[in-house]
Design a protein around this ligand. Structure first.
Ligand SMILES: NC(=O)c1ccc[n+]([C@@H]2O[C@H](COP(=O)([O-])OP(=O)(O)OC[C@H]3O[C@@H](n4cnc5c(N)ncnc54)[C@H](O)[C@@H]3O)[C@@H](O)[C@H]2O)c1
Length: 336
């Protein structure tokens, strides 16, 4: 099928580049309100067709799927129009700027027997998938807490704050690892001169008892993309910026005193610490964005409609709304 990419600013050209490598995509059609962006696409990817308005995309029956990479506030309207025109849609993260819009998108896709999928690219990342398998196999024991730092001197967006921009990555990864959604969130953030917040700290608590802390910032001296997951058996440090060694698995732990176990070190009256091997597993390498697009086109081609992954994408938007509510309330916890 022909696939249209709507919005070819910073991220859209990556979508075009990857779609051009996918067999299921016969041709890429690009549309953007800014003509200069379209000229850049033709210069770099000359086989791409150009559509000068959205109606040209929506009225073309050969275009079976649409990928939306425009500012977050425009996601729902463009995706709705594409669904109404009979196209399946991949919407870049986050699915929409409000949970009601995200809900409406998923409901509309179901009623039209089409797919609307959220572009949570990290779900297709090899190290993220490896950690998921480690957790599912019980290698880490019970997940106790996760700490994430996603900071750098990043592009300050004017349309959304840093939580809307970066938290979708952490929240989607946490959903895939823990298999649950937070039951409460508290958040604080700060901004400069009334611009959208450029630093935020989120605390999440999950029904299982697992805790997570996210540090999100566009204002930091170095680029850090690190998640530490502490389990009752092992601990993992995932560093996305470390191509050589993205995962380190620590056979470390601490057991509380157990006076019934007299054979334990300290006669069962002291904490027992374990510091064993540190393993850096070999991780396969592929481009997550290409895998995401392949999955989208395969699901759309099979005629799939939204499932629990899209329900999770709606809930993720709800968590961000709750984080903003908490930020407005000075960090008071908001239940979900
Ligand atoms: N998955 C990821 O890792 C990842 C990374 C970066 C950005 N994103 C997402 O991609 C989306 C776009 O981000 P970006 O950084 O490319 O933004 P951007 O501002 O650089 O680009 C957006 C483009 O959309 C165009 N546009 C705006 N409104 C439009 C409309 N109504 N119709 C057609 N074109 C329109 C603009 O002219 C611009 O060229 C956002 O949702 C963002 O969250 C995802």
């Amino acid at each position: 099928m022909k696939v249209a990419v709507i919005g070819v600013g910073y991220w859209g050209p990556n979508l075009v580049r990857n779609l051009l490598q996918i067999d299921a995509c016969e041709q890429v059609v690009a549309h953007d309100l800014d003509e200069s962006r379209l000229k850049g696409i033709i210069r770099h990817y000359p086989t791409t067709a150009i559509a000068h308005d959205l109606d040209q995309v929506l009225s073309d029956p050969a275009i079976g799927a649409v990928v939306v990479a425009t500012p977050v506030k425009t996601h729902a309207e463009i995706a709705m129009r594409a669904l109404e025109a009979g196209k399946s849609v991949l919407v870049e993260k986050p699915l929409a700027i409000s949970s009601s819009e995200a809900r409406a998108l998923v409901d509309l896709a179901r009623s039209r027997r089409l797919l609307v999928m959220a572009g949570h690219t990290f779900l297709f990342s090899p190290p993220v998938q490896r950690v998921k398998r480690l957790i599912e196999a019980g290698e880490l024991g019970t997940p106790l807490y996760v700490q994430s730092s996603r900071v750098n001197l990043g592009i300050h967006r004017s349309d959304v704050n840093v939580v809307w921009d970066l938290a979708p990555h952490d929240l989607s990864i946490l959903w895939s690892w823990l298999g649950e959604h937070p039951r409460s969130v508290s958040a604080i953030g700060r901004s400069q001169n009334g611009a959208p917040a450029d630093v935020a700290f989120l605390d999440l608590s999950y029904p299982s008892g697992c805790l997570a802390n996210l540090h999100l910032s566009w204002l930091a001296p170095t680029k850090v993309r690190r998640m530490t997951i502490v389990g009752s058996r092992r601990m993992v440090v995932y560093e996305d910026t470390n191509a050589e060694e993205p995962l380190r698995i620590y056979d470390s732990g601490a057991e509380p005193p157990n006076p019934d176990d007299l054979s334990a070190p300290g006669g069962g009256f002291t904490w027992t610490y374990r510091t064993g091997d540190v393993v850096s597993p070999r991780i396969d390498s592929w481009e997550p964005l290409k895998a995401e697009l392949e999955e989208f086109l395969a699901r759309a081609g099979r005629g799939e409609t939204p499932d629990e992954r899209e329900e999770a994408a709606v809930q993720l938007v709800r968590v961000i709304e709750a984080a903003e509510e908490s930020m407005r309330g000075g960090g008071a916890p908001v239940s979900l």
